[in-house]
Design a protein around this ligand. Structure first.
Ligand code: MG
Length: 375
């Protein structure tokens, strides 16, 4: 097997950690980052946070934890195919959703709305930024610093999106959102691995829940094409196995297309270092044809699953829990344990957001009950 490509991130020439530490013995700095992520408490909480279906709705649905593991699996395959750093992609993938609120996107949107309405100076809530905040500030595990003190390259990958206002305050890791440069190839690939993972597992979970059907999905080109191929190879296959064969074939097509298209771009542009990757155009991409197909699948899921009335009922309840928790704590901070109390109102709002964002689904429901009900 060939060594790392010249455009790969290398742990021995990392841009380093915010608090300098001696290099680890017996593993690289990127392995250490991955290991720190796996051992942190925010990572364990992912097990009880909603991806699309509430954690208690069924034992077989994805949670944020199993989603993150699937992203890591796909990202590592991509990294190995393209000779970039696998440990770094794995670290980014496992950490990318650490800042997610309870109740999936509904929880995050509601927390953002609460902050913006009630304390506009606090600058709202962005889940990518919160993931960075978890690893930079909120984890309390080390004697010498707050957070996990991860390498620049891991932090760069975790911060997928960021508004310009926040980017200005973040220093080195925010700079690319102001000067329009790219992150490392490891970060670009992990970002697309996230998309491959959720599009496919949401099809799987959606079918399992009964909220969407195979018949509906046959209107989506990428699904229909693979469905036909599997049936040709395995006529009369059991319907459950058929679905899982279609999904594994779709993941495979997407991974291979992404690998090929990215390899073509690398072959044309020949970046000689990570800095050349950062300065150039985006490198990780699907072919135009597959991009169109993946977008159509995404649109299908948006219309038929994420906005399904049964999902909307769940998200409506989730929004109410988040809104009412935020309001109760903000109007009377004495309801908060001492560790979440702050003098300054903007700091207080941020501490409340950190507290709510860190909750698992069931913890949030329990807190809501404790505050609003006597029984
Ligand atoms: Mg994700």
């Amino acid at each position: 097997m060939a060594g790392p490509a010249p455009y790969a991130c290398r742990p021995d020439v990392s841009r380093g950690r915010r608090h300098p530490e001696p290099p680890p013995a017996g593993r690289t700095d990127f392995q250490r980052d991955r290991d720190r992520i796996i051992h942190c408490s925010a990572f364990r909480r992912l097990e009880y946070k909603t991806q699309v279906f509430l954690n208690h709705e069924g034992d077989l649905f994805r949670t944020r934890l199993t989603h993150s593991i699937e992203v890591a699996q796909i990202a590592r395959t991509l990294a190995r195919n393209l000779a970039v750093n696998e440990d770094l992609t794995e670290a980014i993938a496992l950490a990318h959703d650490l800042g997610h609120t309870p109740f999936g996107h509904a929880g995050q949107d509601e927390l953002n709305a609460c902050l913006r309405e009630r304390v506009p100076e606090a600058g709202g809530f962005e889940h990518n930024l919160q993931s960075l905040r978890v690893v930079d500030e909120l984890e309390e595990r080390y004697a010498a610093f707050n957070g996990l003190n991860l390498c620049f390259e891991t932090r760069e990958g975790i911060l997928k999106h960021c508004s310009r206002g926040h980017a200005r305050r973040l220093g080195d890791v925010g700079a690319r959102f102001l000067d329009g440069t790219q992150p490392s190839l490891e970060a670009q690939l992990t970002n697309l691995a996230d998309e491959i993972a959720y599009n496919n597992h949401d099809v799987d979970d959606g079918l399992r829940s009964g909220l969407i059907t195979v018949r509906q999905l046959l209107d989506v080109d990428i699904f229909a094409a693979h469905h036909e191929q599997v049936l040709r190879r395995h006529p009369g296959v059991d319907p459950k196995r058929l679905v899982s064969e279609v999904i594994r074939a779709m993941i495979n097509t997407l991974v291979q297309d992404l690998t090929r298209t990215t390899a073509d771009r690398l072959g044309r542009l020949r970046p000689q270092s990570v800095d050349e990757v950062r300065a150039g155009p985006p490198l990780a991409a699907f072919s135009d044809e597959v991009r169109v197909q993946a977008d159509a699948l995404k649109q299908f899921l948006l219309k038929n699953l994420y906005r399904h009335f049964q999902v909307m009922r769940m998200t409506g309840k989730a929004r109410r829990v988040v809104r009412e928790l935020f309001r109760a704590f903000q109007e009377d901070p004495r309801l908060l344990a001492d560790e979440y109390r702050r003098e300054d109102p903007v700091d207080q709002a941020r501490a409340i957001a950190d507290y709510i964002a860190g909750m698992t689904d069931r913890y949030a429901i329990r807190e809501h009950r404790a505050i609003y009900r006597m029984d």
